[in-house]
Design a protein around this ligand. Sequence first.
Ligand code: ADP
Ligand code: MG
Ligand code: MG
Length: 895
Amino acid sequence: MVYFFAAGKSDGDASLRSLLGGKGANLAEMATIGIPVPPGFTITTEVCDMYYKGGKTFPEGLKAQVNENLAKLEAETGKKLGDPTNPLLVSVRSGAADSMPGMMDTILNLGINDAVVEGLIKKSNNPRFAWDSYRRFIQMFADVAMDVDKENFEHALDAMKKRRGVSLDTELSADDLKELVQEYKVIYKKIKGEDFPTDAQQQMWLSSEAVFRSWNNERAIYYRKSNDIKGLLGTAVNIQSMVFGNMGETSGTGVCFSRNPSNGDNYFYGEYLMNAQGEDVVAGIRTPQKMSILESRMWSDANTISEADRVANYPSLEEKMPEAYKQLVGVRDLLEKHYKDMQDMEFTIESGILYILQTRNGKRTGSAAVKMAVDMQKEGLIDDKTAVLRVKPEQLDQLLHPRFKAGTKKEIIAKGLNASPGAAVGKVVFSAKTAIEWAEQGKRIILVRIETSPEDIQGMAVSKGILTARGGATSHAAVVARQMGKPCVAGCGALHIDYNTLQMEVGGKIIKQGEWISFDGSTGEVYLGQVETEEAVLSGAFGELMAMADKYSTMKVRANADSPKDATIARNFGAVGIGLTRTEHMFFEGTRINSVRKMILSKNLEDREAALAELEPMQKGDFYGIFEAMEGLPVIIRLLDPPLHEFLPQSEKEQEEMGKLLGVPTEEVRQRVHQLHEFNPMLGFRGSRLGIVFPEIYKMQIRAIVDAAIELTKKGTKVIAEIMFPLIAVKQELDILVTIAKAIIAEKEAAAGIKAHILLGTMIEIPRAAITADEIAETAEFFSFGTNDLTQMTCGLSRDDSGSFLGAYVDQGIFEYEPFQVLDQTGVGRLMKLAIELGRKTKPNLEIGICGEHGGEPKTVMFCHEIGMNYVSCSPFRVPIARLAAAHAAIKGLK
Ligand code: ADP
Ligand code: MG
Ligand code: MG
């Protein structure tokens, strides 16, 4: 239940991460490989699980094991917990197997009381440090373990600073802090009705319990949910001897990354504060300073601070404490080589001596992930496969988002820290609550805060970007934004935000809540108004990574595209075909809808054919454009799918206008709309059922496809057309339609005197079709899974009506994920597997793919690889994501 760690004496190591949590496992590992880590011990995640299962009580035997390890720690440090003459102080730290930065609780300086503080003074000869530690402990312990809001203490601290006429904590004297400790105790007693606990053992157990409790606090639960962290036992508790960054001007603390987590550049990146402890750096109380001279100068340049001013007031650690810095660079190199990944480290310097308190594989933006993977592969640190696996497919999403259009005029109003890249455009809101409300109304918003805290994460999640006035590159806003893949500019000091009046003043301008701003997370620039954006491109490291990925993938990636423009985007993103062209979208373009409506209102075949004849040249033009854009690559065109009523206006006013335009009495329009009304249109008169009853519609579309294909083939353009019949349930439906199509193709080929490359196939989107796929494959030349309809019909869930309860289903674990977002592999997936087996029994080389929304979702893509699909098809912007997921599936399959 308890694992000790100290130089040469660690019970655990990095491989025990699920048991010891990431923090505990890495502390043990670091202690073993010679990194200076303060010794301590870890209570395992299993104990957390037992704690909850046992109705929030510690398991039997834990006490003895903890005491045994505490004795070991006391021997190791030569100090004793609670002993006034030679006190040991410890931190009690949370830490789960997956890192959840800042979501759970940690308590520092534990073991202090009125007697111990005197002992600390005597031993350190530094009363200011001792009282500072004491007041920090009361506040943290009261807040985390005893449910006394830290604000109560912060008010007292602020009042004290005001009385002394100072602005920083570090300017308070030992006497001030001593006085503050007395005040804190009074505040505590007033709220809790009892004295502040003085017994060190009691403090330790209460704190450990508080850490276990923090596993299930609201923000930790939300964090796990939004990051898809599942199946963990709980948090470990790390009890570790304290080292002190608050001992004066040769002490300090900081957070650093072995490479830049925002853009991936290979230089030491981070921040520190002198005479500070714990979270001071992240909390944004004082402006932290940079690690290296290089980074420090980048910072001062961006903030137009002169070199003299920088050196005097904002020196880098490299300048301030060259020895400790050099040592830290050594640690950085060692840890990166050891873990073969970018490290995020926490350190403290106590009177000039360096200690490392944490290391983990650092969170990073999508573009940094790509850059680092490619760089590390080139440096020989990792191999190709590892490089490809290093980037999560979903992370590419950030690189595929728009950026600001080059050359557009922008009015810069401020510049902050470029904390997380990307272009953000939205309406200003000043609170997470408003952010959530406005986002629900479909507004694009930018969350602007003085600084953010864990309470804000839901608001951050719905924003297009996050902009803060305070805080550095490792502030809460920056860390969370990078991880969410949101653009973020932090520490933008020019913003004067007023939460009361809901406005901010920037360089003399007032910006109110609801006004548009834009900002660039890659440069830190903030602009007035809505700046125009443009699409991303695959270049540099991104292109190199994709090329590496394609070497391994066996499944192809196509795109769903309805226009030559989308087809071109898809091709540029590496799509090797079109898996779905929806012809109905074309029916709405320009004035075409009038011909479509004329067709629907026609009373006889002749009128219908006349209306369709108007559409035919336009359809041919559409297909011509797409075939041309996809020259040499296959293009699947799906014939008309939705029920006809979707093309008619529903409101009386629109019906009247339409009647006038087409010269039909309004009453007749109304009647037709009424006639076409269905109770359950998704299961009604749509898809191939339209083609069977009104064959002239499909005939027109097929003629347009064949004509376009033949015309281009004649010109020497290679066309591979695949005509897809939707919503087939029974083989005989497909037989009828394929016979019609074959006749048209034969006739047109004969007339033109050339052969066109055209396949005839079907969607598999009705369970009956999946079950009888062997029969259907006798006629079909290809299958494409329409997983939206297939999910609806297999699960008996209406995509449009299930929103009201599916959330509850996911919360209760009935479905692991929303089945319309992530394929239900157990149910729908099983049916697909069956259909593939049956289909290939009839035609071993049957081409099979997927064209539903799921085709761009990484978990689904991997599944499609496993069940042997030839390709997945997804929206153009998800093509690289699907390509990478396909490579991951192939590499993991190889291992
Ligand atoms: P989180 O998981 O939220 O980062 P940590 O447990 O890492 O919480 O603690 C937060 C900070 O407290 C650390 O970054 C470190 O600076 C400080 N800290 C924790 N334990 C000690 C210790 N034993 N000595 C000195 N500082 C500590
Ligand atoms: Mg930490
Ligand atoms: Mg469908």
